[in-house]
Write a protein that binds this ligand. Structure first.
Ligand SMILES: [Zn+2]
Length: 273
């Protein structure tokens, strides 16, 4: 993993995903250098969590500018397990003419279209970024505990396979900063979490949802060595990332973004020649 700072924003990249030619991704932090003040201020990209809509849209556009996307796809996240596909080509706007922003129902987004940024917002839940460089398919998943017990990451791999002919063994994955086994306490787990998942319970009714995601990805056929964990707990790092639990439910949201700059398969084929 590495930290990048660009245009006054700070974000995180996974080595596994960064190594794929034609792929761009970033997990943004709450940090942004304010142009006028020259001081860091909270970079929230979530609507309806305390900031004005105008400020949130300004932040979103700033983030999307860094990504270089032509179309941005946001998920209407509801802690469900629906996987949404986006298969429309990115609109080709004249330079400086903005970009399309679309919203899809679901908690996982999948596309095979270059120029399209898939955006997931979190503050303790996992964002899981997936890429198959062979088929040129990317995905971004919002996995809270409800999504995790519904195996939304496994369902997303399944969609990549059934809809786009991906082979799970070609998929690389990064699991973003989220509630770690140090802080994922579920005192009502007997009512909330099915017994089959109780083996992920550690001391103090804390659950290791990072391990669960890895196990679900491996069960779906993704090789263990192609799965990267950020190993960053949001609640333990609220100065860098928003945390719902760490900020008494008043947190903003940070974004995870993945984008194919070009057709991965074509660019990789060219490299092989
Ligand atoms: Zn923690």
């Amino acid at each position: 993993m590495r930290w990048v700072q660009r245009h006054g924003l700070r974000y995180l990249q996974f080595a596994q995903l960064d190594a794929i030619p034609g792929l761009w991704h970033g997990i943004f932090t709450r940090f942004c250098m304010d142009g006028r003040e020259g001081s860091p201020s909270a970079f929230n990209i979530g609507l309806n969590v305390g900031d004005s809509d105008a400020r949130v849209h300004r932040n979103r556009y700033r983030m999307l500018d860094v990504s270089g996307c032509r179309t941005a796809v946001f998920a209407r996240q509801v802690h469900g397990h629906q996987v949404a596909l986006w298969q429309c080509p990115a609109a080709d706007h004249p330079k400086g003419q903005g970009r399309d922003v679309v919203y899809l129902e679901g908690d996982a987004l999948v596309t095979d279209q270059p120029g399209v940024a898939l955006v997931i917002q979190t503050a303790d839940c996992q964002s899981v970024l997936l890429a198959d460089p062979e088929r040129g398919v990317i995905a971004n998943v919002h996995a809270g505990w409800r999504g995790s017990i519904a195996d939304i990451v496994g369902r997303t791999v399944g969609t990549m396979v059934s809809q786009f002919g991906c082979l799970p063994e070609n998929i690389a994955v990064g699991v973003g900063p989220s509630l770690g086994p140090c802080c994922a306490e579920f005192i009502n787990y007997r009512d909330e979490i099915p017994p089959v998942y109780w083996r992920y319970r550690g001391a103090g009714d804390r659950f290791d949802f990072w391990r669960l995601s890895i196990d679900q990805l491996v069960s779906a056929g993704v090789p263990d060595h192609q799965i990267a964990l950020s190993n960053i707990c949001t609640r333990c790092n609220t100065s860098t990332f928003f945390s719902h639990r760490g900020e008494a439910g008043r947190a903003g949201r940070f974004a995870s973004v993945i984008l194919m700059e070009s057709r991965l398969r074509e660019s990789n084929t060219r490299e092989l020649k």
